[in-house]
Design a protein around this ligand. Structure first.
Ligand code: KG4
Ligand code: ZN
Length: 351
């Protein structure tokens, strides 16, 4: 069987780039027959963020079990993978190494092809899981913990980055805001949850929009929130900044600040997306990455696309956050390169 035939046949995929351990199997028609995601969130929450060493150790413990389980599910319906795909980068180096070396051993031992997939290219193909006829070219907004990019996608390995963040990624901004507000980790869902009880009341924070640039910037917005908190009557003004100001303790105050922050991030993303839609006039638009799980963002960009007659897609939220199913469909679509046993994980793999 040729490598390209193996790509289109039953395929096993794994994802271990950050704090989710995940495995998936596609059948020969590209249908997802088994998919498991083990989230390490609870283990990292106590530290307020992902602890890389802890993440690697957990992947090492959990991954073989997950793979055995998805393979058993697939075998039960007669599906036996003849190829494998793995996230090669970017991500945490230790976590990526566990996944890539496991995959090299699995594929090498069976003499089947192994495809190394860029993590963001996985997010860019998650749309295929529910929308198999989705076609190139399309414009995509990728918003995750490490990335905020508007990408023109021409083919499985052909991308043009139209805009990126010059500082924090959107997800990172949510995570930092949650920390400032005394909400849990991961920050995005925590901020969104707190924001829901804020009714319509909002505080104007500076936006993440740089008027004269296509790029994003979120560090100013985070600082604006920080000043709002330290100027709160419960804190002691600017002096509290350096001593780690306490988060506001009144739930209503937290809710209003969370909602104001969420609105500002959504507006910044929507404004730059609108400019890109008007400049490039794509027929299709995809919203993807962990932050795409945000309900306000989904609704705002859907409306924006509809107003311009652009076909809008966003994966369901379990396919927006990190998962192996997106790595599997990206490999099947032709993304990535064949990895040999001497190739390595690459934590800063370029798009
Ligand atoms: O894609 P992802 O799962 O991992 C990376 O590749 O980074 O994205 C994780 C990011 C985190 O920063 C998390 O706070 C954010 O996605 N996130 C959200 C929501 N759910 C996850 N941000 C805003 N609203 C959400 N509902
Ligand atoms: Zn991701």
């Amino acid at each position: 069987m040729s490598v390209s035939e193996a790509r289109r046949g039953p395929l096993l995929a794994i994802e271990t780039s950050c704090d989710e351990t995940s495995a998936a199997v596609l059948d020969g028609d590209g249908r997802l027959v088994s998919h498991l995601i083990y989230s390490q969130i609870r283990e990292h929450a106590a530290y307020g963020g992902v602890v890389p060493e802890l993440a690697s150790r957990r992947h090492l413990e959990v991954l073989p079990e997950l793979v055995d389980k998805v393979l058993a599910d697939a075998a039960a319906i007669g599906v036996v993978p003849g190829a494998m795909a793995v996230t090669r980068g970017p991500g945490l180096v230790g976590s990526l190494l566990i996944g890539v070396q496991y995959a090299q051993a699995w594929a090498g031992g069976r003499r089947v092809p192994l495809f190394g997939i860029h993590h963001i290219v996985g997010h860019l193909h998650a749309v295929l899981l529910e929308n198999p006829s989705w076609a190139y070219p399309y414009l995509a907004l990728v918003v995750s913990g490490g990335h905020t990019e508007l990408v023109q996608v021409e083919g499985p390995n052909q991308f043009e980055i139209l805009a990126r963040t010059i500082d924090d990624a959107a997800g990172e901004a949510f995570d930092k805001a949650a920390k400032l507000l005394g909400l849990g980790y991961p920050g995005g869902p925590a901020v969104a949850r707190a924001a829901r009880s804020a009714d319509r009341e909002r505080i104007r924070l500076v936006s993440g929009v740089m008027r004269h640039s296509a790029d994003f910037s979120f560090s100013g917005l985070k600082t604006a929130l920080r000043y709002r908190i330290t100027n709160h009557p419960l804190n002691q003004g600017a002096a509290a900044l350096d001593q780690g100001a306490a988060p506001p303790s009144a739930p209503r105050e937290v809710a209003v600040l969370a909602a104001s922050f969420e609105d500002a991030v959504v507006e910044a993303l929507a404004e730059k997306t609108q400019r890109a839609l008007d400049a490039h006039r794509p027929a299709r638009f995809l919203l993807t990455g962990g932050v795409a799980a945000n309900e306000c963002l989904r609704a705002r960009l859907k409306k924006l696309c509809e107003s311009r007659g652009v076909l809008f897609a966003v994966p369901r939220s379990e396919y927006c956050t990190d998962n192996a199913a997106m790595i599997a469909v990206a490999a099947r679509a032709g993304a990535g390169t064949v990895l040999s046993h001497t190739d390595s994980a690459n934590p800063s793999l370029p798009l």
